[in-house]
Design a protein around this ligand. Sequence first.
Ligand code: NAD
Ligand code: IPM
Ligand code: MN
Length: 351
Amino acid sequence: MAYEIALIPGDGIGEEVLTAVRPLVDDLAASAGFGLDYTDLDWGSERYLAEGAMMPEDGIETLRSHDAILLGAVGHPDVPDHVTLHGLMLPIRKRLNQQVCKRPATLLEGVESPLRGYGGGDVDLVVFRENTEGEYADVGGREHRGFDHEVAVQSAVYTREGTETVVRAAFEAAADREGYLTNVTKSNAQAHGMVFWDDVVREVSEDYPGVDVERLLVDAAAMDFVRRPEEFDVVVASNLFGDVLTDLGAIVTGSLGLAPSANLALDGDAPSMFEPVHGSAPDIAGEGIANPLATVRSVAMLLDHLGESAAGTRLEDAVADQLADPDAPRTPDLGGDAGTDAVVAALRERL
Ligand code: NAD
Ligand code: IPM
Ligand code: MN
């Protein structure tokens, strides 16, 4: 049995961590009795600089035939971010209908939170982020460029189907976990889209009588991710709010370098995409010190998604063991002085 994986290392540390992690994943797959057949895709900013496009015109069609996509990161200091992201990652999420983005944040044993008094096991939450519309809808434009009356319009779009899909996924997760869901909106200021979102949450909640629903405005939620992160279980939020809250959730649980993510195409016709929450980190790219564990944990989510849960759990457990081991190498974001390769080598040995 071999799975077809589309591999897009991308830019900066995305490329570094995927290159480092790949042999470890192959070992794990071999020992678990399945194979991973990669399609290596050199899509990204270097391609853009050389050829004028982040990916080929038929790129999305190329991805469709795969079982899953593994992505490093996208973003280059010499190319505007809206060009790189609208040329590669955002079209994948949208055109493969990856409507649900699942981003767990768990404070593991041996990892220091910047929050005073928090230790391993104290924070364990998962954010369900709407992933193809909302504030990221490509609806709007710029007019009268260069004149005093220049205008820019950026509209948010909330469809019933898109909203209900992510809300339902969040309720399902909450029912499986602690039965506690926090709905994050900004319904006081945004009386159309966000009030609609709240209505959908209320309707869907009727199907889940065992799940308690808390409603929080996003500003208060940002504060409470710092003040009382231990109380969250499942959080559901719009595209932009989910984006912001997941960087916050990542640092509260130790580092952006530990945070995994899954972009799920729930209708099953298209592959889902797995990637770390972090970006290409130009500030440390090329130094060999990027934390590879966010990518490793994204691979664990990928394996789980493929139905190879035993291998996924083995990988996730090995990461937890390594972080709990005070003698194991760790990258500078976790207070260590080890490089990417040393962390991967130690994990490979542990596996
Ligand atoms: P970033 O996530 O790349 O970096 C933010 C900070 O976290 C930096 O200080 C970086 O050094 C640190 N960091 C991130 N990942 C790390 C890791 N694995 N190990 C150690 N430290 C890590 O965010 P940014 O600086 O705002 O964006 C840089 C570029 O990445 C931009 O072009 C942005 O558009 C892009 N970006 C892409 C993605 C993606 O592809 N999924 C996500 C976020 C940002
Ligand atoms: C993320 C990133 C992306 C997002 C950017 C790079 C467009 O920040 O995956 O969290 O906002 O979705
Ligand atoms: Mn982000």
